[in-house]
Design a protein around this ligand. Structure first.
Ligand SMILES: C[S@@+](CC[C@H](N)C(=O)[O-])C[C@H]1O[C@@H](n2cnc3c(N)ncnc32)[C@H](O)[C@@H]1O
Length: 288
């Protein structure tokens, strides 16, 4: 989304409550571990503002007054969506990929504002350091629960109908090539009870000019716009403008069959992900 459009969207929501702190409490993590996080994702206030606007625009049914829901965010990264939903009293869980190169971004310079982030430490439990999970310091500081697995490997480690709401923003492109987004949406339907939003990245610069690839993206997008199976139906496809031009930014699927709603969440926590999916979906070649 272009910067102005992002701000314009935020202007159409209530103000973000003051109780969200301005900075993450990352005292005690090494500069190397923190510097592996993309700079823009270290800015807590901006992350919260983006998440606040997304939730108000895409999930109004989860706002004030909604009964507590079980919510899963695929590829949460910095966890801001989960922070906002937790603020509204929902039970939240995230996922992310834990297999990035340990040297990822190893030459990153120390961001100037790191002093502000390391000024405070958190008291939440710290897991073993996992340099393959870039966002570990932020997620631990927020006390959020995040399962690590490659979301291009199916099935996911959750029982059927585990969550009322499921979202996946700006990550499906990394899970699999567009031909397989429908299969991923089927898996989202398997574990979701009520609503699903998939947010899209702008088409990558190199791929944008590849007509054959863009034709496949259009076909995959159209298949999601006309999605009507597994008890879920598309209710909107949203478009926006970014550096990549005008393109789809999000699609929402809602449960339309009684069988897909109202099932109680299993009391036990989901099984720990083993990252060994039965099916590994092919990804788009980033070198193309
Ligand atoms: C562009 S960030 C989006 C973060 C967040 N959802 C947002 O919209 O601000 C992409 C996220 O996808 C995750 N990711 C990339 N490949 C993945 C994979 N194969 N399986 C699961 N997550 C993946 C990254 O670790 C990162 O958290």
């Amino acid at each position: 989304m272009r910067r102005n459009e992002q701000q314009e969207r935020q202007a159409w929501t209530p103000d973000v409550p003051k109780e969200f702190p301005a900075h993450y409490a990352l005292g005690g993590y090494s500069d190397h571990q923190i510097s592996r996080i993309a700079l823009k994702y270290l800015a807590r206030t901006e992350n919260i503002k983006r998440a606040w606007a997304r939730i108000h625009h895409h999930f109004p049914e989860t706002l004030s007054g909604a009964a507590p829901l079980d919510i899963l965010e695929l590829s949460t990264a910095h966890g801001a969506m989960l922070e906002v939903w937790r603020h509204f009293g929902h039970r939240v869980r995230g996922t992310d990929f834990g297999g990035w190169s340990k040297d990822y971004n190893k030459n990153a310079k120390r961001p100037k504002f790191l002093d502000k982030l390391t000024a405070k430490s958190h008291d939440n439990p710290r897991g073993d350091k996992n340099l393959g999970w870039i966002y570990q310091p932020i997620i631990e500081s927020l006390g959020l629960e995040v399962d690590l697995f490659d979301a291009g490997c199916l099935p996911y480690p959750y029982p059927d109908k585990s969550f009322d709401v499921l979202c996946c923003y700006q990550a499906i492109e990394a899970y699999a090539a567009p031909e397989h987004w429908g299969t991923i949406a089927d898996e989202f339907c398997r574990i979701a009870r009520q609503s699903i939003v998939i947010g899209f990245n702008p088409p990558a610069i190199k791929l944008r000019e590849d007509e054959a690839h863009m034709a496949i993206v259009r076909e995959a997008t159209e298949a999601l716009r006309s999605f009507n199976r597994n008890g879920f139906k598309c209710v909107f496809m949203e478009f926006g403008e970014t550096r990549a031009g005008f393109h789809p930014t999000a699609v929402k699927l809602m449960a339309c069959a009684p069988a897909a709603t109202g099932k109680a969440r299993p009391k036990s926590a989901p099984a720990l992900p083993k990252n060994v999916g039965a099916v590994v979906l092919p990804k788009t070649d980033p070198q193309k």
